[in-house]
Design a protein around this ligand. Structure first.
Ligand code: SF4
Ligand code: SF4
Ligand code: SF4
Length: 185
């Protein structure tokens, strides 16, 4: 049986797109589920056959085909925003795990394709459906996929900023409650 201590080693073999296609809220929860024998090793479409083989070698398990319920292994993709239709609502910014979209409220947004992992998490929140996916190889200037280590670094920074914003929100809320509870004389 796999030991929990393997979770970090398993995590290190995952692509770090945080796409959730494995059915978990990111690569780390999936790694922990594998380590706890709660998930098989064949649920990561971005990693595909190579990741399954690496996991099988690490854990001394049988190589399995990718579970089709999670998706298919395909060529690396990147998101593209149709600038003529973007309304600058900024709803695509928070879901991007690696902060690969730039723009501000009421301004046109663009994808930094060098950083885009193709996770597709920005597509559903767009109210005007102006984000689509295209093969990375079609974009001549950005044919190199970002490395897993770089994806993880950007995700950690993204999460740290998100937690900081949440702490600040809760602090302001507590301050406001205190003012309401103690009206000035
Ligand atoms: S990259 Fe793989 S392990 Fe990470 S969230 Fe996506 S499917 Fe899950
Ligand atoms: S731009 Fe979209 S597809 Fe690309 S990494 Fe960000 S959320 Fe994922
Ligand atoms: S969610 Fe869509 S419309 Fe809104 S800023 Fe992003 S790309 Fe533009």
């Amino acid at each position: 049986m796999t030991m929990l201590a393997d979770a970090a080693a398993i995590h290190a073999l995952l692509p770090q797109t945080q796409c959730t296609r494995c059915g978990y809220q990111g690569c780390k929860p999936y790694a922990e589920a594998i380590a706890n024998d709660q998930a098989p090793i064949n649920r990561c479409p971005p990693g595909g056959a190579a990741t399954i083989e690496n996991l099988a070698r690490l854990l001394d398990r049988e190589v399995l085909p990718l579970d089709p319920e999670c998706g298919r292994e395909g060529p690396p993709m990147v998101a593209i925003i149709d600038e003529s239709r973007c309304i600058g609502c900024a709803r695509c910014l928070p879901p991007c795990p690696v902060d690969a979209i730039v723009g501000a409220q009421r301004q046109m947004h663009v994808v930094l394709v060098d950083l885009c992992t193709g996770c597709e998490l920005c597509i559903a929140p767009c109210p005007v459906d102006c984000i689509s996916m295209t093969p990375r190889s079609d974009i001549s200037s950005a044919n190199t996929e970002p490395l897993a280590a770089s994806n993880l670094q950007r995700y950690d920074a993204h999460e740290a900023r998100r937690h900081e914003r949440e702490r600040e929100r809760l602090r302001l809320l507590a301050e406001r409650k205190q003012r309401v509870a103690k009206p000035s004389a």
